[in-house]
Design a binder for this molecule. Structure first.
Ligand SMILES: Cc1ncc(C[n+]2csc(CCOP(=O)(O)OP(=O)(O)O)c2C)c(N)n1
Ligand SMILES: [Mg+2]
Length: 371
């Protein structure tokens, strides 16, 4: 008979939770958190504004202002908890859905809109915010993250990398190679998997037979599962994990157990492949509602505060709507600007060809008297 002797194979994996869905504060033996009233309120503000950024972007896409948008609805706590756990010198490698982490790193939401509107080729300077560009190729950024972390390790920077990816990405070779490299080289990287239960239309049971956090043990590092709809637990666990990585202990995997409440992207219709009842069940665990209940129960915020956040949310939405429509179309030749850090003969040649094409086009238009 085969006996599985690997650690962490208990039938019901433990979920780190500091806040129940009803907003009750609970203690956990390993993870604790004590914030000032202002910090507690700050997390609520983040959650609400990030949800607004997302809702506004979905609306702009529906009005034809964006080509596509990947909604983070339901994943605000996972992203704000992880994003606010980072220190100024830590570096994040996102997928295409980490708008909440972008927010925490100080990236203006208009930069995100520019990318999804197709008027820029990236959106922001990664080094300005220690927030890498979005990566659409599933899992690829985990390898970039490990390489970057190994560089930090060699530079003795004392900081760590936070690498984001989804449940579906865990089936990619890249992610498993990243785990192995990180483990073998003891890289200071925290792998943050947002298990939102779906990879487009593929449910979790088609990605894995074992809970995702347990993958880590096969690569020789710890894995933790946290309630991804609990911002306090996500903050506490990610803080600990980043400290652990910074102290030279090597990588760690966090599985934030959450739910994608919206469509995969604005091009998707989830009613084709999942039951409405599943969404209804997860709505009861809404990350913002539970946190608001916690604040009220503990007299950490009053109605003036909530009204202030609502007003700020309206101002942010206006900034996004007006700013998005005013984004300039790019200069066509700028396409070639950042292909390489320095010049490259082939790129120079292609730029010259494209410039000739553009001016020929202008000449032809002028000839037809349309100019
Ligand atoms: C290498 C690669 N294969 C396939 C795709 C198409 N694709 C885009 S998103 C996606 C699902 C990703 O699911 P998950 O990792 O769970 O992230 P989520 O979208 O749920 O945040 C797939 C297969 C891609 N972008 N890159
Ligand atoms: Mg997913």
């Amino acid at each position: 008979m085969i006996v599985d002797s690997s650690p962490g194979t208990s039938p019901s994996p433990e979920l780190v939770q500091l806040l129940t869905p009803e907003g009750e504060r609970v203690e956990h033996p390993e993870y604790s958190i004590e914030l000032s009233p202002q910090e507690y309120r700050g997390l609520y503000r983040d959650l609400v504004l990030v949800r607004r950024v997302d809702a506004e972007a979905v609306a702009l896409q529906r009005q034809g202002e964006l080509g596509i948008w990947a909604s983070l609805l339901g994943q605000e706590a996972a992203q704000v908890g992880a994003g606010r756990a980072m220190g100024p010198n830590d570096y994040a490698f996102p997928t295409y859905r980490e708008h909440g982490v972008a927010w925490c790193r100080g990236v203006d939401p208009l930069n995100l809109l520019g990318l999804f509107r197709g008027v820029n080729h990236g959106g922001w300077d990664p080094n300005e915010h220690n927030f890498h560009l979005y990566t659409i190729v599933i899992g690829a950024q985990t390898l970039h993250a490990v390489g970057y972390a190994m560089g930090m390790q060699r530079d003795g920077s004392g900081a760590a990398v936070l690498a984001f990816f989804g449940d579906g990405a865990t089936s990619q070779g890249d992610v498993n190679e990243a785990f192995n490299f990180a483990g073998v080289y003891n890289a200071p990287v925290v792998f943050f998997c947002q298990n939102n239960q779906w990879a487009i239309s593929e449910p979790l049971e088609r990605q894995t037979r074992a809970p995702l956090y347990r993958r880590a043990s096969g690569f020789g590092f710890p894995g933790v599962r946290v309630d991804g709809n609990d911002v306090l637990a996500c903050l506490a666990v990610t803080r600990e994990a980043l400290d652990y990585a910074r102290e030279g202990n090597g990588p760690i995997l966090i599985e934030a157990f959450t739910y994608r409440m919206g469509a995969h992207t604005t091009s998707d219709d989830p009613s084709r492949y999942r039951l409405q009842s599943e969404l209804e069940a997860w709505k009861l665990k809404d990350p913002i509602e539970r946190y608001k209940r916690f604040l009220i129960k503990n007299s950490l915020a009053d109605s003036d505060f909530f009204a202030e956040v609502d007003a700020e949310s309206e101002r942010l939405a206006r900034h996004m709507r007006d700013g998005c429509r005013a984004l300039p179309d790019p200069e066509p030749l700028s396409l070639f600007d950042h292909v390489y850090a320095e010049g490259h003969p082939l790129v120079d040649e292609e730029r010259a060809q494209f410039a000739a094409y553009l001016s020929a086009d202008v000449d032809a238009t002028a000839e037809r008297g349309e100019g």
